[in-house]
Design a protein around this ligand. Structure first.
Ligand code: PBG
Length: 324
């Protein structure tokens, strides 16, 4: 036999030279949930090991992540029902605790990359990402709300904004509003191909943000579609997005590979709550070995083409490589 692929697998040193896909903490973004109050750290039942933190404890959590070499965070607010309304006014209210904690984070850790969530659902009494009128999610009247939210977040010091709402034209609308307000350096991480997925369950538990009626199928993408992701990518790119995201990740590796091939922008993949919860459940049952299955999972997302991965396992991974 002339060709024997096993020769390149024969020792650890040779395997290391032939190693194709690299993964380290710098490729990861850690999603964090913040709620108002003091001294609160409450675990998300459907996503064990992940917590909602009150601002002070959140800062401590970020500090411990930074010590592990984890520098990238995306922040989501758990808002009290009493503060929610149909037009998500709390999202840009001057007393908003989410904006306040963002200021504190960037003051204390200016070197971190802090990413926001732009969508109405955490603040909406309807639990939808856009404005609800007569049972329908209206697109164009949602855009000014998202723009107002974006400016408030840029003012608070977020490095990048993450529109997760899937309204048409929102990236361009936000970009223009940000530029006009002088925030030309605030980036946009666009949720480009965000699917109407069953795997967001634990996240909606964390924020208590499930839609009060209906589903999100009129704005999030049909899981059956792949070419449509190219259309979304084309639009977000033309409208000024700095990075494109595919979400979820594991069940959409083909879409990640496609966008990586077709786009010149960095590609992010959101390894969503339900995808993480599945693995956590199997590992906690003793059916899979977390120390091997978790890094293999993240590696598969990188191998498919993701430059960065948003994952609830980011801190565990950073710990694992640090203490290997
Ligand atoms: C909503 C939003 C969702 C997630 C991030 N932003 C859920 C949804 O669309 O209902 C899900 C993330 C996850 O499941 O980890 N704007």
């Amino acid at each position: 036999m002339l060709r024997r692929p096993r020769r390149n697998r024969s020792t650890a040193a040779i395997r290391a030279m032939a190693h194709e896909t690299h993964l380290s903490a710098e490729h990861l973004i850690f999603p964090l949930f913040v709620l108002d109050g003091q001294g609160i750290q409450s675990e998300i039942k459907s996503l064990p090991g992940i917590y909602r933190f009150s601002p002070e404890l959140l800062l401590r959590e970020i500090e411990s992540c930074m010590e592990l070499g984890l520098t990238n965070f995306i922040l989501f607010p758990a808002v009290a029902d009493a503060l929610k309304d149909t037009t998500a006014t709390y999202s840009y209210h001057p007393d908003n605790f989410y904006l306040k904690v963002a200021r504190d984070i960037k003051k204390r850790f200016p070197e971190c990359c802090l990413i926001s969530d732009v969508a109405m659902d955490p603040y909406s009494s309807d639990g939808h990402d856009g404005l609800v009128r007569d049972g329908a999610i209206v697109n164009d009247d949602t855009l000014p709300i998202l723009a107002q939210m974006s400016i408030a977040q840029a003012e608070a010091g977020f490095d990048m904004l993450g529109p997760s709402d899937m309204m048409d034209g929102r990236v361009g609308y936000m970009r223009q509003a940000l530029d006009e307000a002088g925030f030309t350096n605030t980036g946009i991480l666009a949720y480009t191909a965000k699917y109407a997925s069953a795997f967001y369950g634990p996240f909606r538990d964390a924020l208590d943000s499930a839609p009060k009626s209906g589903d999100k199928k009129t704005y999030q993408m049909n899981p059956a579609n792949k070419r449509e992701a190219l259309l979304e990518a084309e639009l977000d790119t033309a409208e000024g997005a700095d990075m494109l995201m595919v979400k979820p990740a594991l069940h959409y590796l083909d879409v990640i590979a496609l966008l990586k091939e077709k786009s010149n922008l960095p590609i992010a993949a959101y390894h969503v709550s339900g995808e993480c919860a599945m693995l956590t459940a199997a590992c906690r049952n003793g059916w899979l070995d977390y120390s091997r299955a978790m890094p293999e999972t993240l590696l598969s997302i990188r191998r498919a083409g993701a430059d960065v991965i948003l994952t609830y396992f980011a801190k565990d991974f950073a710990k694992m490589v640090r203490y290997l």
